[in-house]
Design a protein around this ligand. Structure first.
Ligand code: PLP
Length: 401
């Protein structure tokens, strides 16, 4: 036994060692299986956050455990200067199941988005007389690197870590006139989330995105979909762009693609296969463990029909929320598939999250008066019923207690 056989003693000591970046509850997560997490006190949590829309197959799924076990005995790393078998297999799988021809692999959403910005600027440099500007959306979220903080349309970040990376113009979401006014000969790309996740689950309008597609075609501007949160079945289609009858030029994926393993991808069409050797790369690009996991996750999503399940359970969740909406004055129940949000009668999101946590349910509040649900794609109606029960009890505590 060491000095830290008591997890709370370990926490008390180690909290002083961890650089402060986030307020976290005083508990330590220890185990996960399927829809559940357990902390070191053996308390069980029903997980409707899914590691932030990440654990698409649930916690510790056999598919990922087996892929890691097998691949870690074959090859863990051979460097990005060589092809490896899992990389080739995963690239084929992704291009086969999407409208894209080419893929670049990275480890995080922000990194994939950085690649998208670089590819757009490369296009601008090669084909558009040096155009470099990108139009992004107010209330968007694209990640936490310096360039992605510049791309992100988050009010709170406006004056943070100045000076920002130049070349990003933010326009209100779903406002075509504002977008047209922002266009200039310097524009090389338009980037958006088909459903704004961190912003509170707001969906792009079909007419708007189809009009943008037309503008991009006419002016040879790239349309970039950040599907870091919406990709891989989350919205009830394998990729969210399938909802809108258009194809983007670039799509970025992360979160659900690795089911919890750090993995991301940038996909594009053959026409935009523009990088010269050395323009883009990364030590872990195409890293065999990640590639093996990515293939295993996508195969499992397809074989177990989890996209269909996301669609079905998503409707069930929205109906169930509808049933309790009157009682708790919940409004604007919205979203697609298993990316769902609703508004509370008061800005008490963090109190509702805390009450649910105490009652053994993980949910998320992306905005002060908004609750978001993004459970693993394996969620069942039984899990949904259990979630609604705990949520109802917690809402009662917060608003009528
Ligand atoms: C989470 C998220 C990102 C950032 O991904 P990281 O892996 O944290 O870098 C980017 N875009 C969207 C839409 C996201 O939801």
């Amino acid at each position: 036994m060491n000095a830290y056989s008591d997890p709370q003693a370990l926490l008390a000591e180690a909290k002083k060692s961890i650089l402060f970046t986030a307020v976290r509850p005083e508990l330590i997560m220890e185990k996960g299986k399927g829809m559940h997490l357990w902390d070191t006190d053996k308390k069980e949590y029903l997980d409707f956050v899914g590691g932030w829309a990440v654990t698409s197959l649930g916690h510790c799924p056999e598919a990922i455990v087996n892929a890691l076990h097998h691949q870690s005995r074959e090859l863990i790393n051979a460097s990005p200067s060589f092809f490896n078998k899992p990389m080739l297999e995963f690239a084929n799988l992704l291009t086969k199941h999407s409208c894209f021809d080419r893929v670049f692999f990275a480890s995080s959403g922000a990194e994939a988005n950085e690649g998208a910005v670089k590819l757009a600027r490369k296009h601008g440099a090669k084909n558009l007389n040096g155009a470099f500007e990108m139009i992004t959306m107010v209330n968007s979220f694209h990640g936490r690197t310096l360039a992605m903080m510049s791309a992100t349309g988050k009010k709170k970040w406006e004056n943070l870590f100045e000076p920002k990376v130049a070349g990003f113009k933010h326009v209100p979401f779903n406002d075509l006139n504002a977008l047209k006014e922002a266009l200039s000969p310097n524009t090389c790309a338009i980037m958006l989330e088909p459903i704004q996740g961190e912003g509170g689950v707001f969906e792009v309008e079909k007419n708007y995105i189809q009009a943008i597609r037309k503008i991009c075609n006419e002016q040879e501007i790239l349309l970039i979909f950040d599907e870091v949160q919406t990709g891989l079945g989350r919205t009830g289609k394998l990729f969210a762009y399938e909802h809108y009858g258009i194809e983007p030029d670039i799509m970025t994926l992360a979160k659900g693609i690795g089911g919890g393993f750090p993995l991301s991808a940038l996909l594009t069409k053959e026409k935009w296969n523009l990088f010269d050797a050395g323009d883009q790369g990364g030590t872990y690009s195409g890293q065999p463990l990640g590639m093996a996991v990515g293939s295993a996750v996508l195969k499992e999503i397809l074989e177990k029909k989890l996209v269909e399940n996301a669609e079905k359970q998503g409707s069930y969740i929205q109906n169930k929320l509808g049933d309790i909406a009157g009682q708790f004055k919940l409004t604007n129940i919205r979203g697609k598939g298993l990316l769902i949000a609703f508004d509370l009668p008061q800005a008490k999101g963090s109190e509702v999250v805390a009450a649910c946590l105490a009652n053994g349910l993980l949910i998320n509040s992306p905005q002060p008066a908004t609750i978001r649900l993004m459970p693993p794609l394996i969620v069942t109606t039984k899990d949904v019923d259990a979630m609604i029960e705990i949520l109802s009890a917690s809402l009662t505590e917060v608003f009528n207690g």
